[in-house]
Design a protein around this ligand. Structure first.
Ligand SMILES: [Zn+2]
Length: 86
């Protein structure tokens, strides 16, 4: 079980959160101008990198705020991100 450090609530059990996926992935500004293949790629494909990955997390059972962390996908070690870098 992971302990996720919510910037507003402090460390909490992972079952209070929903992972929003990789933070580096950017939504196309105008989906109408993107090809179907590129839109499908955006919606369904993640890089699933090994090592440190920046992710969105939603504290759904707490403060209900979204925030980012860096999580090592091998060790599950978590590094909080300063608010001004999000
Ligand atoms: Zn929270």
């Amino acid at each position: 079980m992971l302990e996720i450090p919510c910037p507003w609530c402090g460390p909490r059990n992972e079952n209070e959160f929903v992972c929003g996926g990789e933070a580096e992935r950017k939504r196309p500004r105008d989906p109408g101008l993107v090809s179907d293949d590129n839109w499908t790629d955006y919606l369904y494909n993640s890089t699933n990198s090994k090592g440190e990955v920046r992710e969105w997390w939603w504290h759904v059972s707490g403060c209900t705020k979204w925030f980012q962390i860096v999580r090592d996908t091998v060790t599950h070690k978590i590094y909080p991100i300063k608010e001004d870098t999000v």
